[in-house]
Every structure is written in C-alpha cells, then in structure tokens.
Ligand binder design. Structure first.
Ligand code: NAD
Length: 336
C-alpha cells in the first residue's frame, strides 16, 4: 500500500484528492492548519499543523516506521481576486514559507516523489483570440499578480530541490477549479462559487452584481477532473510544469448565464467595477493529454453539480445579513 501525505487537506481540491487516493488504495495522511469545513476528511490520519513552520513540516512527514512514497503539496493562503489583491504580502510570505519548508523537509527525509500545485497565474496576460501558450512560454515571466510570482518562484524551488536530491518533482499549473465543497462565501471564494451564491441568494427577478464587463475569458475545471489530472501527472514520468485545465474557454458573462440557467430564475446582471485580473487565457494541454487525461465534465455538467450544493449551503445558512448585502468582495472574478 502506498503512503501519501496531502498538504492542504482541509481545503477544497486536496480534500477531493484525499478521497481519490483512498479509492486508489493509498494510506493517506492529511495536514492543514484547519480541518475540512464541509465534510469529514477521508484521510486515515489528519494532523492540524501550520506548515509555514519547519518543525510542523517534519511532524507532517514523520511516521512510526518507513516513509511516505509521495507528498502532494496543495497548502496555500489563497482566494479569489478580491483576496489576492488585498493580501499580497501575506500571500507571498505565507506561501513561500510553506513551500520552502515543506520541500526542504521532504527532500532531506529522502522523499522520492513530490507534487506541487502551481497556477496559470504564473502566465502573463493574453489578448482575446491569442494562440495558446505552452508551458515554456511562461518566460520571460510577467505574472499579473503577486500570488502568481510566488507560484513561479515555488516551481523553481521545487525543481532545484528535485535536481539536487534526485527527487521526482511533478508540477501542475491549475486553471480555475470549482465544484462542491469549495469556499463559497467569506471573501476567499472564486468566481464560479461566488456567482452560484449570488444567484442562489437572489430573488426571482432580482439583480446580481458582477465585477468587470463580463468579457474576460476563462476556463473552469470541475474538481473531479482536476483531481484526475493531479493523480495521473504525479504517477507519470512528465517532468517540468504541466498545465491542467478544461479546453472549454468561456467569457465571464457565459459563466454567469450558465449558472442562471441552472437556477431556472430570471436574474438581471449589473456589471460593476472591481478587480478582474487578466483579460484572457488560452493554454496548451498537450502535455497533460500525453498522460491520457481528458476532462469529463463540461462547464454545464460541472455547474449542474455545483449550483445545487451552493444553493443548499445558502438555504442552510438562512437569509444573508443585511450588512453584507451587495458588499461581498467576491462578486465574480478570479485569475486562477
Ligand atoms: P483552499 O484554500 O481550499 O485550500 C488550501 C488549504 O491550504 C486550506 O485548507 C488552508 O487552510 C491550507 N493552508 C493555508 N495556510 C496553511 C498553513 N500555514 N499550514 C497548513 N495549511 C495551510 O484552496 P484550493 O482551491 O483547494 O487550492 C489548493 C491549491 O491549488 C493551492 O495551492 C492553490 O494555490 C492551487 N490552485 C487553486 C486553484 C483554484 O481555482 N482553486 C487554481 C490554481 C491553483
């Protein structure tokens, strides 16, 4: 039985990853600064640890006998565009500490395989209609935000440790990921969850506010597809960063429309000023396709699974407090 440590297992993507690893027959330890919010962890063992701290990284890696076969590093201080622009220094410090301490502890323990979750935020902005960028075209680098710069640095750190310690390093650059059990309120939620929440909260015939003009182009990847990509990439022999994301590119307006249709409500959209991030995205998937990965969920299929879950959360919470109506920092937008 393979043993996996999943860092960030209290969060969205990693808690789904833990379930997949269990299905694949792994023994799994989760580590996070918090336990999962929406469902009990599927991990065999879960440690609440602040992975900015080097001793905590060692504790996460420590076993009574033997060692982990693989570490999946998904822990990060992150959120949607509102959060990314309001917490730049925290993001750069916290994520750099997590990434430096975890890979150093893992390499010195002799770990053989390490997965790191990077982001398409490492790429420059693109013009709508521009041909797709391949992984190596991340350079010369010009990420749109500090979160992307830290990810780029952490990619390089991971590759340098891989070279020095002979550790197999796998790096995925995720597109926007969404699905049930993702953060949906509180200021860190990303566009799909924020839009689902706003639509669920809106009355029939009501109006929701969306940041920007609705023209920004994005791809949204359903969490099960993302987890499948992580699993296949980590098991593969592909070295170097690898994009993972749906090839279905849509405008933010199309995303909103898909959610509205799923809700079956008449909703007016008001586009308002807000942090939008880059104009456009378009990335090659040739590398991840080469390991047999293909997304199984269209945006419509994924939203059909996500909207009802967000709607349930909204119903369970009860009416939105008046003080937060219309003031959410997460209207819609995310660069990830
Ligand atoms: P998430 O916020 O749900 O999960 C991240 C987890 O990291 C959280 O549970 C958080 O508590 C944990 N964490 C933060 N600081 C920590 C610390 N000091 N010690 C231990 N744990 C800590 O986010 P997610 O969407 O599941 O993202 C997972 C990874 O994927 C992140 O590295 C993120 O940057 C990357 N990513 C996500 C997306 C996306 O669209 N969701 C896109 C690109 C990249």
């Amino acid at each position: 039985m393979r043993r996996a440590l999943v860092c960030g297992a209290g969060g969205f993507i990693a808690s789904h990853l833990v379930r997949r690893l269990k299905q694949e027959g792994h023994w799994v330890r989760g580590a996070d600064i918090k336990v999962p919010e929406f469902a009990p962890t599927a991990a065999d063992d879960f440690r609440v640890l602040d992975l900015r701290n080097r001793d905590a990284c060692e504790a996460a890696l420590s076993l009574d006998s033997g060692s982990f076969d693989v570490v999946y590093q998904l822990a990060a201080d992150m959120g949607g565009m509102g959060f990314i622009h309001s917490a730049e220094s925290e993001i750069m410090r916290n994520n750099a500490l997590i990434n430096l301490n975890m890979i150093d502890a893992a390499a010195r323990k002799g770990l053989r395989r390490y997965f790191f979750s990077s982001s398409v935020c490492i790429y420059r902005d693109m013009r709508p209609g521009e041909p797709e960028l391949k992984e190596e075209e991340a350079y010369p680098a010009l990420p749109d935000n500090e979160y992307g710069w830290e990810k780029l640095y952490a990619e390089r750190v991971a590759m340098a440790y891989g070279r020095k310690y002979g550790m197999e390093v796998r790096i995925a650059r995720f597109q926007n990921c969404y699905g049930p059990e993702g953060t949906w309120t509180g200021g860190r939620e990303k566009a799909p969850a924020a839009i689902c929440r706003k639509v669920a909260e809106a009355a029939e015939g009501g109006t929701i506010e969306v940041w920007g003009d609705g023209k920004a182009i994005r791809s949204y990847t359903y969490v099960e597809d993302m987890v499948d990509g992580i699993y296949r990439l980590t098991a593969s022999s592909l070295t170097g960063p690898t994009n993972i994301g749906s090839p279905e590119y849509v405008s933010v307006a199309q995303l909103v429309q898909t959610v509205v249709e799923m809700a079956g409500k008449a909703i007016q959209i008001r586009y308002v000023e807000g942090p939008v991030g880059v104009q456009s995205r378009n990335f090659s998937n040739e590398r991840i396709y080469s390991v047999g990965w293909r997304p199984r969920y269209s945006l419509r299929d994924g939203i059909a699974r996500t909207y009802p879950w967000v709607h349930e959360q909204v119903e369970a919470r009860g009416p939105t407090p008046r003080s937060s109506l219309g003031a959410s920092p997460a209207s819609t937008s995310s660069t990830r």
